[in-house]
Ligand binder design. Structure first.
Ligand code: ATR
Length: 280
């Protein structure tokens, strides 16, 4: 339990409290903007989560990030915005007056990173999204909100892709994994939201050579930083957006809500987090 503090502080609530880059990111911004504030990691087991969240301010916090396994529970215990409801999980909590609100910042993390890495990407009319889990929901919501006409959704378990299409409507077209190759030639944007290509996971077998020349490729995986998918896309001269960029951009909104200033994702911040990831 954390005592009430004079300077505003936020925290990351998880169980177990896994090694997270969030403190590094928020401490960098606090320093850079000259704000006196804090960001702690709080290991809270599931049976204590409700008590902790419902008394977040008495624990000394102006807000929080929430990670595994608490994200769905956080939604139920707070008043979620449209984004958190659409994704079905909250990762950022803040107070609006006395009321504890929640949002999901993965959507803007994904979209802002694309804007930064591949300006003009939103001329895309056809997107191909791989995976239909929680991360995919954030990506699909962001793409639809930004006006992408068709989102083809390929997943190993096609039923999950269908369920997502049912939720998000007619712009989302569920497809089975084995027709992936046929969709590549008309995909303006390819996004990997699966764990394939991550260290210790099987590789992602996608023939990037079949994508159109103007295609943009995004990968949510950030360990390794440069996935084989991104490396082959870059070798072909395609624009890419990586998972670390999304991680950094998704942290912006929380900081702004808690500390009142909108921070920037700078090359210096990226280098700091990259160094931390590569030493792990
Ligand atoms: P997250 O919240 O990060 O999206 P998730 O909900 O566990 O995580 O989803 C993981 C995604 O990676 C799913 O789309 C999963 O496919 P299934 O729905 O068929 O499980 C996909 N995935 C994981 N391992 C995979 C593999 N070996 N081959 C193909 N897809 C895989």
């Amino acid at each position: 339990m954390t005592a009430a503090r004079k300077t505003p502080a936020a925290c990351l609530i998880g169980w177990p409290a896994a090694h997270s880059r969030s403190p590094l990111i928020h401490h960098y911004w606090l320093r850079q903007l000259g704000i006196e504030g804090g960001y702690n990691i709080e290991a809270v087991p599931p049976e204590e989560f409700a008590e902790f969240v419902l008394h977040l301010s008495t624990h000394g916090f102006v807000g929080a990030n929430v990670t595994i396994p608490h994200k769905e529970r956080a939604l139920a215990l707070t008043r979620p915005d449209q984004r958190a409801r659409a994704v079905g999980a909250a990762n950022t909590l803040w107070y609006e007056g006395d009321e504890l609100r929640s949002t999901n910042t993965d959507i803007e993390g994904f979209i802002s990173n694309l804007d930064a890495c591949a300006p003009g990407w939103d001329a895309a009319s056809d997107a191909l999204v791989l995976g239909a889990g929680g991360a995919s929901r954030a990506v699909v919501f962001g793409l639809i909100e930004r006006g992408v006409a068709r989102v083809h959704l390929a997943n190993r378990t096609v039923e999950r892709a269908r369920a997502l299409a049912d939720q998000f409507g007619a712009q989302v077209h569920p497809v089975s994994w084995d027709v992936l190759g046929e969709l590549l030639p008309r995909a303006d944007l390819l996004v990997n939201t699966t764990s394939l290509g991550m260290h210790g996971q099987p590789p992602l077998e996608v023939d990037v050579g079949r994508l159109p020349q103007q295609a943009v490729v995004a990968d949510l995986v950030y360990v390794p930083l440069q996935t084989p998918l991104l490396a082959t896309a870059q070798a072909r001269g395609l624009k890419t957006a990586d998972g670390l960029g999304m991680l950094l951009h998704q942290a912006v909104r929380g900081f702004e809500l808690w500390f009142g200033q909108r921070p920037e994702v700078t090359p210096e911040l990226r280098a700091l987090v990259e160094a931390d990831l590569t030493k792990a």
